[in-house]
Design a binder for this molecule. Structure first.
Ligand code: KE4
Length: 426
């Protein structure tokens, strides 16, 4: 880890915390981050020549694995023609058609450059469409870093939000109501008084930002029913679950039709893309068609569109999600058995090929129960696995991901490393 250490020291003097996104700094698990030189298939290679089986996959986008030859080739050919025009291209139509075909709840979709931009814009459109100011989010759900979303549950009956980060004005936070995930009564209590002020509810249908927390049966369905009856826009933040838990995302997986959907990660095939879309009566509010402003220099840029189109083309092939399901269930069985045999109490949750191993013996159904997990033990496990060439998400409260490039051999190596690592942290 010598070169990584030197690079981290240097980076620290130039970039806040030495990283361009906080979770990469390994603060939650201790030690120094490894600096990556390259990736290929299921593996990444650090600057010191170590190789790792990668379960982070750039936090979800690389569902085909690193440097997929057809994606790389497509990007190379597109780049030879130019990188960005700031003018419409046929590629944007092609990706929009693929997304709308996969998400029938959406009539129209706008490309942006990140998941944050997608959720921030979707909320503005929902406010413009309803003329209402308040939004509801759920504890533990992360929707990017727009001010109104960095808000935690406030005290008091209507749980007015309080800023979850310095720099977020109280005036912004007070328009965000944060409720407990999987608690439909808390939701009912708030909307019966507040509904006429609430523009939208935004939710991660499977919460990947506290690990992997599944919706209780009926929770999403009741949210859908109640938001419909009160004219509240239901936004599914599928930045992580879109094209991940199934080709049609969590909304297909759970058969729920939201009013708006946010996407990102996988639809960019490893390049920066976000997207938001929904019913035509809502999306007709978006400039220049409607009065709600939203724009972006590189939105829909040809390289990102090309990478996304090729990625979705490969994902739409027969048998792809069945293969991901087989590998994910093999990993689930292996890790669960390894922990049990080693005598370590864990809970494993999975939705398609996103998953999380919590170091706890209690069911994890929301943020408070996730926070009961033993993060110190997770950190030791993380380091023990890294030492054995397995690269997990450097936080107990992040999801892990599989790609089409992960082999049975990779899973086997991972399970063997996990057994030894569980023994080590026992
Ligand atoms: P970006 O702005 O990072 O592209 O997307 C924000 C976002 C929105 N919605 C959901 C459900 C998300 O998971 C994310 C981003 N996810 C994190 C991982 N937990 C990205 C990793 C990071 O912040 O570095």
């Amino acid at each position: 880890m010598r070169k990584s250490k030197i690079l981290f020291k240097k980076a620290f003097n130039l970039i806040p915390g030495g990283v361009n996104s906080p979770v990469r700094a390994f603060r939650a698990v201790g030690g120094n981050p490894v600096f990556i030189e390259s990736g290929k298939g299921s593996r990444i290679y650090d600057v010191d020549g170590n190789s790792y089986i990668d379960y982070v996959l750039s936090w979800g986008p690389l569902i085909l694995g690193h440097a997929h030859p057809q994606v790389i080739k497509a990007i190379q050919l597109a780049a030879l023609k130019g990188t960005s025009y700031g003018a419409p291209t046929p590629l944007e139509i092609e990706l929009a058609e693929m997304v709308l075909n996969a998400y029938p709840s959406m009539d129209k979709v706008r490309m942006v450059n990140s998941g944050t931009e997608a959720t921030m814009s979707a909320i503005r459109v929902a406010r413009g469409f309803t003329g209402r100011d308040k939004i509801i989010k759920f504890e533990g759900c992360y929707h990017g870093h727009a001010d109104g979303l960095l808000v935690k549950a406030g005290s008091g009956a209507t749980t007015f939000g309080i800023p979850d980060s310095p720099g977020v004005p109280k005036s912004y936070a007070k328009n965000t109501i944060t409720l407990p995930f999987n608690n439909i009564n808390a939701f009912k209590n708030v909307i019966q008084n507040e509904w006429k002020n609430i523009a939208c509810v935004i939710i991660e249908p499977v919460v990947g930002n506290i690990g992997c927390v599944l919706p209780k049966p009926g929770f999403l369905e009741t949210l859908r029913k109640l938001t419909l009856s009160y004219g509240i826009v239901l936004i599914f933040d599928e930045v992580m679950t879109g094209f991940r838990v199934s080709y049609g995302g969590a909304q297909a997986f759970y058969n729920i039709k939201p009013d708006m959907t946010c996407l990102g990660k996988i639809i960019g095939g490893g390049l920066p893309v976000g997207a938001y879309g929904g019913k035509k009566e809502i999306m007709s509010m978006v400039s220049p068609e409607g009065p709600v402003y939203q724009a972006g220099t590189l939105s829909g840029n040809p390289l990102a569109m090309t990478a996304g189109i090729m990625t979705l083309k490969i994902l739409s092939r027969k048998g792809v999600y069945e293969k991901l399901e087989r590998m994910a269930s093999l990993l689930e069985e292996g890790l669960t058995d390894a922990a049990k045999t080693a005598g370590v109490k864990t809970k494993f949750y999975r939705a398609g090929s996103m998953f999380c191993t919590y170091f706890t013996e209690k069911e994890v159904i929301d943020y408070p129960t996730a926070k009961l997990s033993d993060t110190a033990r997770f950190s030791k496990f993380f380091s023990a696995m890294l030492k054995r060439g397995i690269y997990l998400a450097p936080s107990q409260f992040e999801a892990g991901f599989l790609s089409l490039a992960h082999s049975v051999k990779d899973i086997d190596k991972t399970v063997k490393a996990a057994y030894k690592s569980f023994l080590e942290v026992k």
